[in-house]
Ligand binder design. Structure first.
Ligand code: PEP
Ligand code: MN
Length: 385
């Protein structure tokens, strides 16, 4: 922050809250109208600290974020679900007053995580504009139901993060609980799925899962939270870009005025200025275009893909017919279905060929595992007929 900004923050911090008439976004709309506009904006950008820590930190973060002109909603964790006791568990209700102050100064709508009915009650008292349900809450239907019940008759948008483990039905169940309680605007946040052991991600993105959610709920807002997927700063840009390439509706990224000294999730937070740079460097693509040439070229390529997919399926069907024959032969000769050496040979050959064709080992393994399983099922059926 330059000296002028620092002076400005000082001035604001020392001013009486009620006398503040400085807003960084000149607004003629009501806050409700602004929130509606933001909710429908693509990409929707949410940022702010993992946790509210002090009044200065919340207000300064908000001012610096608002100055980027790129952030739509200010986030901060007030109650933090921590893995172990004794860690910083959130500043609690007094942080809501700081967020309210940050909103009045910057004009940015605010969002916090809620996990209990009391959280909802407190957040509503402080006119929080959007709520989100965290990954550790989505896993618990009792908790989601309690939050949903507390929201009956309340008109407020709610975002729901995926559960920490990869179970889409729980995520969908959470959305349904909210909708059944009358919440009109429900959106999803993809924050990755926890895995045992060290992987490059804090929470594996398992992109096929949010893609499936998008397929099932094409109209629903789905944003990505690269901060909790990565757990570090280095991969943030790449993960954010990937989500944009997959046509996500926006991003939630944690930011802090002094990331290294944040009270929670220090490794993954970035300064508001770094966030602005990151957003600038992202390549925003859109799902649709009116450019005729592009549409024609795409249609031709897709037709080729459809044709190849069709052939692949026919070939796989033929392969299974041969497996059926082998099954019969094995049955008549009393031989086991699984012959490990044969399978290792097939895989080794496929790895070698895959290398020339630009197909990764992981893909080859998954592909052949699926083919193998189907083949075993076929043979099993034959042998037990
Ligand atoms: C958070 O957003 O700070 C948070 C606790 O995230 P999650 O629920 O994804 O773990
Ligand atoms: Mn966090």
């Amino acid at each position: 922050m330059n000296r002028d900004d620092a002076n400005e923050v000082d001035r604001i911090m020392n001013a009486d809250n009620k006398k503040i008439n400085f807003t960084m976004q000149t607004q003629t709309k009501t806050m409700k109208e602004l929130v509606q506009e933001k909710w429908n904006k693509r990409p929707l950008i949410i940022s702010g600290p993992c946790s509210a820590e002090t009044e200065e930190q919340v207000v300064e973060t908000a001012i610096r974020l608002a100055k980027t002109g790129k952030v739509d909603i200010l986030r901060a964790g007030i109650w933090k679900p921590r893995t172990k006791p004794g860690m910083f568990e959130g500043i609690g209700v007094k942080g809501l007053a700081w967020l309210d102050k940050a909103k009045k100064i910057t004009g940015l709508p605010i969002t916090v995580e809620v996990a209990t009915a009391k959280h909802v009650e407190d957040a509503l008292q402080f006119d929080v504009d959007v709520l989100w349900i965290g990954a550790r809450t989505t896993v618990n239907p009792f908790s989601v139901q309690a939050v949903a019940d507390a929201l009956r008759g309340v008109d407020i948008p709610v975002l729901i993060k995926n559960p920490i483990h990869p179970e889409l039905d729980l995520w969908i169940g959470g959305m349904e609980r909210l909708q059944k309680a009358g919440v009109q605007q429900v959106g999803m946040i993809h924050r990755g799925f926890s895995n045992y052991g060290n992987t490059e991600y804090r929470n594996a993105p398992m992109w096929h899962l949010p893609i499936e959610m998008k397929r099932r709920f094409p109209e629903m807002l789905l944003i990505c939270d690269p901060s909790h997927i990565c757990g570090n700063r280095t991969m943030l840009q790449a993960v954010a870009q990937k989500s944009i390439d997959l046509d996500f509706g926006g991003l939630m990224i944690e930011s802090h005025i002094d990331p290294d000294n944040a009270w929670s999730d220090a490794k993954q937070q970035i300064t508001p200025e770094r966030l602005a740079e990151m957003l600038n460097e992202l390549i925003w693509r859109s799902e649709h275009t009116d450019a005729k040439e592009f549409i024609t070229a795409l249609a031709i390529l897709r037709e080729q893909i459809n044709h190849i997919d069709d052939e692949l399926l026919t070939l796989i069907g033929q392969r299974m017919k041969i497996a059926d024959k082998i099954g019969e032969y094995k049955k008549n000769n009393n031989i086991t279905i699984l012959q490990t050496n044969r399978w290792n040979d097939i895989l080794e050959k496929a790895f070698k060929k895959g290398e020339h064709l630009g197909l990764g080992k992981e893909f080859i393994t998954k592909y052949f595992d699926a083919i193998h399983l189907e083949s075993i099922n076929h043979q099993n059926k034959i042998m037990n007929e």
